[in-house]
Design a protein. Sequence first.
Length: 242
Amino acid sequence: MLLVPRGELHPPVPPGHARIAVVHSRRLYLAALAELLTAPPLEATVSSFTRSDEALESVRDGCYDVLLCGLRCEPLSGIEIARRIREEGGPPVGLIADAEDAERALDALQTADGVFTADISHEEFAAGVDAIMRGHYVMSATLANRTLERRSQPFEGSPASSAYRRLSATEREILLALGTAIPIESIAASRGITKKTVRNHVASIYHKLRLQSRAEAILWVARMGLSDDMHGDPAKVEAASA
């Protein structure tokens, strides 16, 4: 499982205190999720829904620690639910995709706080839900591997080093910071610039490297063999990109 911290983390929710909303179109799967979430270690209070519009209204009216939503829920898709809740400043959203929807789930990485595949183990799923509630970004191991496979494609016939060389010196340093999960706020403070300026650099990095999210940036850095010990050492950075 891939975890990416997002700024200041929340304290862990004690067992028995978490409130979780779950929406899925398949009732049997919904019941299985509820049983898993109410059992140790989470022992959460679960509200279950088969319609995503009803779940959305409940989240707006209630006080939940996290919403778990099937990618193919109806009438609003999981991606649309995640987008609306994020815009409204609601609780974090974790999306659950069937194995055949793994590629589509990767496209949801920019809107959701966590993305899982249905074949995830009970232990990894419970740990992932807990991590989302604490403020981490979460991707299940299956999707992390898929993301690596997707990102490896451009390296064939078109070396990633060429894309890396298009980055400015500042963008390279910020990319390395992103790759080691340093928060935007910390990057801005260390460079003496605003968070907006950092985000502008990040947008440029994503465009040049064809990335879609911070999770993909972390995996890109890992695949290129870059690490935080190269930060600030142009010779090491150039050697890694050669």
